[in-house]
Design a protein around this ligand. Sequence first.
Ligand SMILES: [Zn+2]
Length: 72
Amino acid sequence: MSATIQCPYCNAPRITGGFDNYSPFYVNCPECSRRYIVEPVRNGVVVYRDGEAPCCSDPDCRATEMAGSGQE
Ligand SMILES: [Zn+2]
C-alpha cells in the first residue's frame, strides 16, 4: 500500500508506502523541514499538521496514553 501525501505546510508532494498497519507516524518534510503526521486509513491517508491531530492520531499522544494506562 502506498499513497501520495502533501505537506500541509508547503504542499510538497511525497510518496509514502510500506504501511504495516494503520498507526499514525511522523514525516519530516524534505522541503520545509517541518514535521507533520500521516495516518493511513482504509481509503488512503490523512495528513495533520504537528499538534493538530486528535490524540488517537498523534503518535506521541498515543504513546503517552499507553504508558499512562499501565496496561498492554
Ligand atoms: Zn513542507
